[in-house]
Design a protein around this ligand. Structure first.
Ligand SMILES: Nc1ncnc2c1ncn2[C@@H]1O[C@H](COP(=O)(O)OP(=O)(O)OP(=O)(O)O)[C@@H](O)[C@H]1O
Ligand SMILES: [Mg+2]
Length: 295
């Protein structure tokens, strides 16, 4: 069974989709991990980055998006996810079968709301209905681990039901953050959601290596102001060693170029950062998970 990685932060614009696609491109390029990206954001950024838009339009027309999968699977628990997945996506040179995506959908929020209304109409109280939906979503999303080595969930900003399900089932949650004043509050808040039912004080009393989440600093420029805020976050929360610099190559890699590129062509001088991020993810997250799963 593969590892489930969720990339999340309630705060918008911190680099969730960027980190998701960096990991996907990096793992695909090394050819060692078969990767699936599941796009839970109705903005569909990671789907568009990985498919270029044309294939994403096709997936919407053919009803092969996350919203279609959830809709169909909700009442048919035996339905396998395979037919909804787009294989061999991404403009990166990679062995066949290495990189796949379950496309995001503009309709996912509507589907989530409809499920909630159905349960409310059937007489369930709101909390029970929400928990029921999150739990069903979790079971659906977990299935993806059967056919891939790494499944990466790109979450929307905020907390949709599917995002909460992805937080709940993740073996590890990667929380990208900007090193600024408000970010430490954002990580405080999401850490209590990830470590469910615990207040911040209780979360902070758990040893950092035992927590289900890890921060990842993005937009790094190594100035005094950034070091101060990074230090505040790192004092309270686990943080990855790799710092993702603010870099034009990273911003430009958001564009789909339509032909397979090497990691160096795709990311320019930031390719070494992609390799470092993937290397650290393998060494400190995936290998550890595999060891614990085997024990
Ligand atoms: N390290 C970086 N260097 C330069 N630009 C970056 C970097 N990280 C992200 N960006 C740019 O910042 C913008 C926001 O990044 P991204 O979309 O990945 O954030 P997000 O957290 O997924 O946003 P949302 O909350 O809307 O889903 C994008 O235009 C992206 O190209
Ligand atoms: Mg995003």
């Amino acid at each position: 069974m593969g590892i489930l990685l969720t990339v999340a932060n309630r705060k918008g614009g911190v680099g969730k989709s960027t980190i998701t696609t960096m990991l996907a491109h990096g793992f695909a390029a090394t050819g060692e991990q078969r990767v699936l990206v599941v796009d839970l954001d109705t903005q569909c950024n990671s789907s568009i980055i990985l498919t270029g838009g044309e294939k994403w339009d096709w997936a919407r027309r053919e009803q092969k998006t996350i919203a279609d999968f959830v809709n169909e699977r909700y009442d048919r628990p035996r339905l396998r996810p395979d037919e909804f997945i787009l294989h061999d996506v991404g403009d990166i040179e990679a062995p066949v079968g290495q990189l796949s995506v379950l496309s995001g959908s503009l309709d996912l929020e509507d589907v989530e709301n409809e499920l909630l209304h159905n349960r409310a109409r059937a007489g369930q109280d709101l909390h029970a209905a929400e928990q029921g939906i999150i739990s069903r979503f979790g079971t659906m999303l977990e299935d993806f681990a059967d056919a891939f080595d790494v499944v990466i969930f790109d979450c929307p900003p905020g907390l949709s039901f599917s995002a909460r399900a992805a937080l709940r089932i993740a073996h590890k949650v990667i929380v990208p953050f900007r090193p600024d004043f408000v970010s430490s509050y954002a990580i405080d808040r999401i850490s209590t959601v990830i470590e469910e039912g615990n207040d911040l004080h209780t979360v902070l009393s758990v040893p950092k290596e035992k927590r289900r989440y890890i921060g990842l600093v993005n937009f790094w420029r190594d100035g005094n102001f950034q070091r101060l805020h990074y230090g505040n976050v790192a004092a309270a929360h686990p943080v990855m060693r790799t710092a993702i610099p603010q870099d034009d190559g990273i911003a430009e890699a958001f564009e789909y170029r339509g032909e397979p590129l090497s990691l160096d062509e795709k990311y320019g001088s930031a390719a070494s950062v992609v390799r470092a991020l993937c290397g650290e993810t393998v060494d400190s997250i995936i290998t550890r998970y595999e060891r614990e799963a085997a024990a």
